[in-house]
Design a protein around this ligand. Structure first.
Ligand code: NAI
Ligand code: A1CAB
Length: 269
């Protein structure tokens, strides 16, 4: 399977990193990227072919559109004439298959995917939606490609991809934000930076692993840490008073709304 990425930025690098770790032949992967410095970096890091010439996609089996949503329309209109049988996978936030298909001159073999950056170490999760022109074989190809980056979750309702974007697409940033905050707290409690980082990171790693290996819901695991009249109880009370849980829920809702807005604004032309 020959895979061409168009756009060699953060997310393309994360997926290619996952494919490399999984043992994919880097000879089957190419990237079309406008920025010469990024092309050089991609070739150096992964040993892949990186070019600025779009027509090279004609030989690919799968084309992954990994440019910003704002860059997708112009790219797609130019790409349309190079499509024959390829599966097009778009990872752009918010942009509906219908808009992309219109820009691609009615092309319908489109999968909309929403991966996340932990793809680069194969512990990502991707939401996937297949438009009606996608064959069963192409659906399997898309699943195989994104599986190299972690788990996959197919949805039948395209709007759910905006919801996936809000939870797991943007989600790593929420977690990094919490890690930053805990690290900051450790610094303020007198630890050296390397100690603060170790305490914060290992706590996230350990708690995430424990939650993923346990049948108990997160609330039960939290209760197991929380002694009556103890330190955790005081900390959780402080977070409840600050409205942290509600703020996180609102943040995810704001992200989903932004994904819908991007689709409406950018997908209308
Ligand atoms: N960064 C993330 O965590 C995630 C991003 N996404 C989606 O992935 C897409 C890419 O995001 P990032 O990688 O973060 O952006 P980025 O800005 O790091 O990468 C986009 C790349 O596309 C290149 N580019 C733009 N127009 C081009 C063209 N016509 N031909 C070739 N290359 C072109 C740019 O030079 C840039 O290097 C976005 O649509 C975003 O919504 C999806 C899931 C997660
Ligand atoms: O922030 C964004 O718009 C993209 C989509 C999900 C993660 N990054």
């Amino acid at each position: 399977m020959k895979i061409s990425f168009i756009g060699g930025g953060n997310m393309a690098r994360a997926i290619i990193g996952g494919l490399k770790q999984k043992g994919y032949s880097m000879a089957t992967i190419s990237v079309i990227e406008l920025d010469a410095a990024k092309r050089e970096q991609l070739t150096e890091e992964f040993g892949i072919h990186a070019t600025e010439h779009l027509p090279s996609v004609a030989n690919a089996d799968i084309i992954v559109l990994a440019v910003k949503p704002q860059q997708l329309r112009d790219l797609a209109i130019f790409l349309a004439s190079f499509l024959n049988q390829q599966l097009v996978i778009s990872i752009a936030a918010g942009i509906p298959c219908a808009a992309l298909s219109r820009w691609l001159n009615g092309y319908r073999a489109i999968v909309r995917a929403m991966p996340n950056t932990p793809a680069q170490i194969q512990v990502g999760i991707s939401g996937l939606y297949a438009a009606d022109g996608v064959s069963i074989e192409q659906r399997e190809q898309a699943d195989l490609l994104l599986s190299a980056a972690g788990s996959t979750l197919w949805v039948d309702d395209e709007q759910k991809i905006d919801a996936v974007t809000a939870i797991s697409g943007s989600g790593p940033a929420y977690v990094f934000y919490f890690i930053e905050a805990l690290e900051q707290a450790a610094l303020e409690l007198g630890f050296a930076p390397y100690q603060a980082r170790a305490l914060s990171l290992q706590t996230f790693l350990g708690a995430s692993k424990l939650a993923s290996q346990s049948d108990a819901p997160a609330a039960t695991l939290r209760a197991q840490v929380t002694s009556k009249g103890g330190t955790t109880e005081r900390a959780i009370l402080s977070m409840e008073q600050a409205g942290i849980k509600q703020a996180i829920i609102q943040a995810a809702q704001a992200a989903a709304k932004r994904a819908r807005e991007l689709g409406e604004q950018l997908g209308k032309d």
